[in-house]
Write a protein that binds this ligand. Structure first.
Ligand code: ATP
Length: 390
């Protein structure tokens, strides 16, 4: 656990009790008289922590348990077992203190007053949280600068468009300057321009204001733009806790680097390692092999479970060879995530670092590679290392 952990979940679990309706009229009557209850395990034994000034994306397919986790961390739900600690407060035990420490936006709902203009909602929140007038004005100015709120400042919340309403909600959630922010699908349904505006706003909050942000989203561009670390959850359990690079390495193992080697001696050296079938490991190049050679053009690919990402491989290749021309291909993040969701291998407790989920090369089923061509020379590494993704 990082020393400066602001959000901590330890063995966090939530089991819902639901009633099952039996079929037919007789069944319906029986269900009314003696309802049959079943347990629905929504979150199971979840451990993770988020440090100060860190933005963590909690990812997973529909029904994975993301919202339930956020609801336990915001104090809306009481965990069935395990512990949650947010800025030193147990959320469900001390909701009031927790409310002062956190801001929360649930993209589908609003905390604003439906029949009041946005301006008045903000004034009510200012009074609820006891924000001094001076601070209130400063913050509104900051939020307006980043989110352009003043153009719909006097519009009733019920008449705001989705993008306008969520921008107001974001600003409202930060009016009391909380160190921790929970965002459950904040940009759902927004157009690309507004999404980018919201992302800039969030980056500003993390980088300039040192806030700790926990975000859920199904938008992979958002993840690529915002999150250095992700926690992947499926069927209520953590599958992986690591960087996007690690997710790519684990679930998106297919990539190719096609390099035209300028030095015939290098081509010769590579030739010696060439073989038939899968990539042949190159001695001294951990996890990188030769897929095929076409004259001076060599196609490199990943070898084994611990193969590097395409960008790591690229660095090694251009560091080792004089390269006249190169191109790279990799699966886009949506494909990688699809493979990760389908792999469905939960981590063993206490072991959920990037090495845990041993999917049997799920990425081989993922398609649609993206490709980038990079010019060569001094600019090669720059262009090539501009990630298309992770
Ligand atoms: N109040 C509830 N009663 C019973 N089951 C629930 C309740 N809330 C959530 N669940 C179940 O718990 C599981 C996790 O739901 P949750 O909303 O946390 O998923 P999610 O990862 O946020 O999904 P999505 O991406 O679709 O929003 C689902 O199977 C859901 O049906």
């Amino acid at each position: 656990m990082p020393l400066s952990a602001v959000i901590e979940a330890r063995g966090l679990s939530k089991v819902f009790q639901t009633t099952v309706r039996q079929p037919g009229l007789a069944g319906a009557l029986r269900s009314l008289v003696s309802p049959r209850r079943v347990d629905k395990v929504a979150v199971q034994d979840v451990d993770f922590s988020v440090g100060r000034g860190e933005l963590l994306a909690l990812l997973g397919p529909n029904g994975a348990g993301k919202s339930t986790t956020i609801k336990m961390l915001t104090g809306i739900l009481t965990p069935t077992s395990g512990e949650a600690l947010v800025a030193g407060v147990v959320p469900h035990r001390d909701r009031e203190r927790n409310a002062h420490n956190i801001g929360a936006v649930f993209g589908q709902r609003t905390q604003l007053w439906w029949d009041l203009p946005a301006r008045e909602s903000f004034e009510i929140l200012r009074d609820i949280y006891g924000v001094p007038e001076e601070r209130f004005r400063e913050r509104i100015e900051e939020f307006d600068g980043l989110l352009e709120l003043s153009e719909f400042w006097d519009t009733r919340v019920r008449h705001l468009s989705l993008g306008q309403r969520v921008r107001c909600d974001l600003a409202a959630s930060l009016l009391h300057d909380p160190p921790v922010v929970f965002l459950d699908e904040p940009t759902i349904g927004m157009d690309v321009v507004v999404k980018e505006q919201v992302r800039r706003f969030l980056r500003h909050q993390v980088e300039e204001r040192d806030r700790t942000v926990l975000l859920t989203t199904h938008d992979m561009t958002e993840v690529e733009r915002l999150a250095e670390r992700v926690v992947l959850i499926n069927h209520g359990r953590i599958v992986l806790d690591g960087s996007l690079q690690e997710i790519r390495r684990r679930f998106g193992g297919t990539w190719q680097v096609r390099a035209t080697l300028a030095d015939p001696a290098d081509v010769e050296a590579v030739e010696q390692g060439e073989g038939v079938g899968g990539p042949v490991p190159l001695p001294g190049f951990a996890g990188i092999g030769v897929l095929r050679r076409e004259g001076p053009r060599v196609v490199f690919g990943p070898v084994g479970e611990d193969a590097p990402t395409v960008h790591e491989a690229l660095k090694v290749i251009i560091g080792r060879f004089r390269v006249a021309d190169l191109a790279l291909e990799e699966n886009d993040l949506e494909d990688v995530m699809r493979a990760a969701y389908l792999s469905d291998v939960p981590a063993q407790k206490g072991q959920h670092q990037a090495t845990v989920a041993s999917a049997s090369n799920p990425a081989s089923t993922a398609g649609r590679p993206t490709s980038t061509s990079a010019p060569v020379g001094d600019s090669a590494s720059d262009s090539a290392s501009t990630p298309q993704g992770g």
